[in-house]
Design a protein around this ligand. Sequence first.
Ligand code: URA
Length: 272
Amino acid sequence: MEIEQYPSTDFNAVTMLKWYVDCGVDETISDTPVNWFEHSEKDIQNQHVKRNSSTAAKTVANVPLSTNREIIEKAEKLAAAAMSLEELRQAILEFDGCSLKNTASNTVFCDGNSQSDIMLIGEAPGADEDRIGKPFVGQAGQLLDRMFAAINMTRENDFYITNMLPWRPPGNRKPTDGECAMCLPFVRRHIELFNPKMIILVGGTSASALLNVQTGITKLRGKWVDYTLNNIKVPMMPIFHPAYLLRQPQFKKQAWHDLLQIKERLGSKESK
Ligand code: URA
């Protein structure tokens, strides 16, 4: 791809936007997050709220973006009322407690084989997933598919995949603890309804949220833990996130070791 020089002599707004796109810019966000729930619909519609204004900055400073009990309770109620995966998808579509929904293009729910035994839980949609509406379809997703293909597993046949958050955090930033906490009831219900025989936590975000620890993925990965589901212990293992492996390929050796453990454990299991 040829990247145009900037500033060019025939500079105009379109040229500049094109230049940004060529450089990989896919999001227009400011340095400070804005709590859009603090502003009325009318404010937002009239675009009176300027992201960089001192009012917005003050709002952010005064209102922690972490969630509160009420929002979590609402998520718990909606999740508990869902009796099927489709009802859960609808419940998430109805849930307005998480402001990430306001900036996302799609609610990303799941992909893969819903009749399989294995459930993978990633972090959150990225730009490609947000655009297409399915988890793990971008570069990291392609690596994830190759990782599982190496142990003879495909997403079409052998596993089902979802994320901790169904909405893309702007600019692919790491989800906050508050965002994870308000989406956790949906993920827990997702696990109950899917009823897996094995859970793989893809990356540190889903690992720390579901294990309720602050420990990093480097320490958590490769170790089996039990997830109690309807009084039955389901084996669960955190693994490195493929996006991390793309940035830090030297950790692929450990990732391979973890995949072999998964393969070995599955070898001794019957299918659903
Ligand atoms: N990373 C994730 O954790 N999930 C996706 O769906 C895509 C990238």
